[in-house]
Design a protein around this ligand. Structure first.
Ligand code: NDP
Length: 484
């Protein structure tokens, strides 16, 4: 790969200014569909994180902190409009950087704008309450911002996951330091540029690009941040939590899953197939909430897998800019991880029903076929560990009790899908499944308004909806003695 070719260069965004990393170091991002260099980006480290945190603290104590809630609300609303005006540019950037199909990138940009719109509506409604203490007392609570918030963002939905935490943090009056993934930093930088251009005061939103173990670790371990939102792997989540513990900082962790679709014999199999395909090929399976386990009642296993295989055969694979169904994985490292999962599953005795390799017509890029494994047992590695690729594990069950047992017997608990035409069964199971979100007769159901987060090793804290605002406020109680 020729790293010397002329590509766009990007600096850090700190205190309203673009600046090189203090080390003057840079790194390159790549287009996963072509493996070519896409951009040169500043490699921020601890010194740059320090500057960003100081800027964010200064903004909090200055112009931003003095803004009325209704003015914050107006700014956030205006931001949602500006994002939509730049939707095509943002979507294309995201597709080139991450590999995802352009139509999906467009959807994620619309959802990004929606986060700003939704939390714009909430910014001036963050109320405290009055608590009666009886004669002689007045007591009320105030919801104050946490302060300087850190946002460590992964590469699978770089702009959208950033907006998911940034918009509520800003709505609640916080300032932010963002560390995007080194694989996909471009849309975070573009968003910062757009926000600065429309009047967000300097220092409110800062972006320090760089490596996870440098800039990311420096941010997670900084003594003067007040809150961390992290989305990514359980291993890095653990490291972030340890760093946060050093200075007793609160964290929200969103760490992925091994989410099941429970398919009962009375379900509409055509609907299940459509939703199962969506659940595993969206973003090339690189979704924390991917439906990566199909738990199917033995009686319908054969017809279901036949329909599922037929549907997979229709999937069009190609570069994201061509709007295929399935784009490439994000990187060669991710390709290696997914291929390794496929090898382990095969060696443990699971059977590849469809896919399992590189599509023959694509010589370059990190493309992998959608893959279905049959004969999977619940304790196999492929049934327990997150693949983060378009790889489905099909497991059978005899009855409801067994389905619940298998569904819950993984370390994760992010989402679960139930497919049945028996409403009593659906609602019964919804309470028994260990998952933060339950979808019935659909997948990826819910929106910016609905709380999202995990049980077990999928993490803790809730994003999206009004629930997310609580991450970014702290309650102060004020008690007054009224003297005669
Ligand atoms: P990571 O968890 O390592 O990366 C997530 C974010 O954390 C990135 O911004 C990364 O920066 C940053 N980071 C890395 N190391 C540190 C650190 N020591 N301190 C603070 N921040 C850090 O994920 P990977 O990219 O390694 O992916 C591995 C696996 O994680 C995937 O296969 C998938 O299973 C899971 N994953 C889950 C996601 C989800 O949505 N829940 C999203 C992404 C991955 P940088 O990228 O620059 O290293």
């Amino acid at each position: 790969m020729d790293e010397q070719q002329k590509v766009a260069t990007h600096k850090l965004f700190i205190n309203g200014d673009w600046q090189s990393a203090s080390s003057e170091q840079t790194f390159f991002t790549h287009n996963p569909a072509t493996e070519t260099v896409l951009a040169e980006v500043a490699r921020g480290d601890m010194a740059d994180v320090e500057q960003a945190v100081v800027a964010a603290r200064h903004a909090l104590e200055g112009a931003w902190g003095r803004l009325k809630p209704k003015d914050r609300s107006r700014l956030l609303y205006a931001a949602s409009r500006v994002i939509l005006e730049h939707a095509e540019e943002l979507a294309l950037l995201e597709t080139l950087d991450s590999g995802k199909p352009l139509p999906q990138a467009r959807k994620e940009v619309v959802s990004t704008a929606r986060y700003f719109e939704y939390y714009a509506g909430a910014a001036d409604k963050i109320h405290g309450e009055q608590i009666p203490l009886g004669p002689g007392f007045v007591n009320f609570t105030i919801r104050e911002p946490m302060g300087v918030t850190a946002h460590i963002v992964p590469w699978n939905k770089p702009l959208n996951i950033l907006a998911r935490s940034l918009a509520p943090a800003l709505a609640a009056g916080n300032t932010a330091v963002i560390k995007p993934s080194e694989l996909t930093p471009l849309t975070a930088l573009k968003l910062a540029e757009l926000l600065a251009g429309m009047g967000f005061p300097a220092g409110v939103v800062n972006v320090v690009t760089g490596y996870g173990e440098e800039a990311g670790a420096a941010l997670a371990g900084h003594t003067d941040i007040d809150h961390i939102t992290f989305t990514g792997s359980a291993a890095t989540g653990r490291a972030v939590m340890k760093a946060a513990a050093e200075h007793i900082k609160p964290v929200v962790l969103e760490l992925g899953g091994k989410s099941p679709l429970l398919v009962f014999a009375d379900a509409d199999l055509d609907v299940v197939v459509r939703e199962a395909v969506k659940g595993i090929i969206t973003n090339c399976g690189q979704m924390c909430s991917a439906g990566s386990r199909i738990l199917v009642e033995t009686a319908v296993k054969a017809p279901f897998l036949e329909k599922l295989t037929a549907a997979m055969q229709q999937i069009v694979i190609g570069p994201g800019v061509d709007s295929p169904d399935l784009g490439p994985l994000v990187s060669d490292i991710q390709y290696g991880r997914v291929a390794n999962h496929i090898d382990i599953a095969t060696s443990e005795g699971a059977h590849i029903l469809y896919g399992g390799g590189r599509p023959p017509h694509l010589a370059r890029g990190y493309f992998i076929e959608p893959t279905i494994f049959d004969n999977v047992l619940p304790d196999m590695y492929i049934a327990q560990q997150e693949v983060f690729g378009p790889v489905l594990a099909a497991i059978t069950f005899q009855d409801e009790a067994e389905a619940v047992r298998i569904a819950n017997k993984v370390p994760y608990g992010l989402v679960a899908g139930i497919f049945t035409n028996n409403i009593n069964r659906a609602l019964r199971l919804a309470t028994r499944l260990q998952a933060g979100q339950v979808f019935i007769n659909d997948f990826y159901t819910g929106d910016e308004e609905t709380p999202f987060g995990g049980y077990g090793q999928s993490g803790f804290g809730r994003e999206k909806g009004l629930a997310a605002l609580h991450n970014y406020t702290q309650i102060k109680n004020v008690a007054i003695r009224v003297r005669a």
